[in-house]
Design a protein around this ligand. Structure first.
Ligand code: NAD
Ligand code: WQD
Length: 352
């Protein structure tokens, strides 16, 4: 199958691209590198030894999308491109609506114009908001509590209306829980810009001595040890869910939203212990006030993924933390250790 991967140079995109190529699909990456490095693509090429095309473009640039799609003629799109920081979405809501919602509308329009009717979309468990019950199943009410989550909620609605407009359109909307970890090679992984907001990259940077200590946002939640509990999912399992979704979409028509998690939760203290075990280092921490907008527990009901996609997570938190540490220790500055952002131009020429 020919697959266009928007945002394919990013954290989840690069891991998924690798598996798409390993499944012998052809791929075109469409990315503006606003939050990624072409070095990730160079490493995917090194790991797979398979060639793929790369277009440097913004999904809101309909002409660039049309040009890329007319020449590549994708049979399916995996759509990762977008902004993903909850905090930033509070201070720059219009940027989030523009990149995420407008970007997706432009993409769907280009798909209509070029006869491509299949999309796998990166949604998020954040669409659910405060839990009315747990685990979250896909029918749980969607009441996101921040602009980022609302962009995902609105995009889901746009996609479902788009699919309903024509029988040949198909969408699989994957609602990721908390993606962590890295490829076992330690060659690709998560490269947060600046100080990480998310727990695992923060802890690995503390273990590496780059940050002094973790601040645990509250230990008075109604959980096993009082700290927040999340359904962490290994990025390798998540990537495999996309390959399963592409396969499912080739056999089905309609629009389905599907949770991607493990169905099990881990607390902040449990994640600290796993990174300590993986790294052999102590992770200093202090307890501070709860972070605004945080919830106590988030856990996925994963039965639908198993039923429709035949997919189930294989890795537990020990493997997630081991691979996260392996990536961090091999690449202390992420992709910038070998090639700083000033080299993006040359690298881009090399991978394009
Ligand atoms: P990422 O920032 O690493 O990857 C996003 C990629 O899209 C980057 O390569 C970036 O350069 C590119 N991009 C951004 N805006 C673009 C635009 N307008 N045009 C073209 N390319 C653009 O993020 P990620 O963690 O890999 O997330 C991928 C997707 O999954 C996002 O849509 C995100 O909202 C969603 N998601 C992520 C998480 C998570 O915790 N990482 C959880 C749930 C959902
Ligand atoms: C996990 C736990 C924190 C950092 C976010 C987005 C969500 C999705 C995934 C995109 C919580 C605690 C964290 C720290 C801490 N992204 N924590 N100290 O908030 O579950 O989800 O990423 O779709 O939309 O909201 O993930 O990794 O930030 O936090 O104590 O320095 O770790 O309170 O309990 P979260 P997280």
């Amino acid at each position: 199958m020919r697959v266009l991967v928007t945002g394919g140079a990013g954290y989840i995109g690069s891991h998924t691209l690798l598996q798409i190529l390993q499944e012998r699909h052809e791929a075109l990456v469409f990315d503006n590198f606003s939050n990624s490095s072409p070095e990730a693509l160079r490493r995917v090429r090194r790991l797979t030894n398979v060639d793929f095309q790369v277009t440097n473009g913004d999904v809101r640039d309909e002409d660039a999308l049309l040009r890329a799609m007319r020449s590549f003629r994708p049979e399916a799109i995996v759509h990762f491109a977008g902004l993903k920081s909850v905090g930033e979405s509070n201070s720059q809501p219009l940027e989030y609506y523009s990149q995420n919602v407008v970007g997706t509308i432009k993409l769907l329009r280009a798909m209509e114009q070029t006869g491509c009717g299949t999309i796998v979309f990166s949604s998020s468990a954040t669409v659910y908001g405060e839990a009315r019950y747990l685990p979250y199943d896909e029918s749980h009410p969607s009441q996101p509590t921040n602009p980022y989550g609302r962009t995902k909620h609105f995009i889901e609605k746009v996609i479902s209306d788009w699919v309903a407009s024509r029988p040949e359109f198909t969408a699989v909307v994957l609602r990721y829980f908390n993606p962590v970890g890295a490829h076992p090679s330690g060659l690709i992984g998560e490269h947060p810009s600046g100080t990480p907001n998310n727990l695992v990259p923060y802890i690995t940077q503390v273990a590496a001595g780059r940050l002094a200590r973790l601040r645990i946002y509250g230990n008075d939640y109604p959980t096993r040890d009082g700290t927040g509990e999340r359904d962490y999912i290994h990025v390798e399992d998540l990537a495999r869910a996309h390959v399963a979704a592409l396969d499912y979409a080739s056999r089905f028509s309609g629009c389905e939203a599907i949770n991607v998690g493990t169905g099990r939760g881990a607390t902040v203290l449990e994640m600290i212990r796993e990174i300590e075990a993986a790294s052999g280092r102590k992770v200093p921490y202090e307890i501070v006030a709860r972070r605004e907008g945080d919830i106590a527990t988030s856990i996925a009901d994963v039965r639908k993924a198993e039923r429709l996609l035949g997919w189930k997570a294989q890795y537990g938190i020990a493997e997630m933390c081991r691979s996260a540490w392996h990536w961090q220790s091999r690449n202390p500055n992420g992709y910038d250790s070998s090639h700083g952002p000033e080299n993006h131009g040359a690298l881009l020429e090399e991978v394009s």
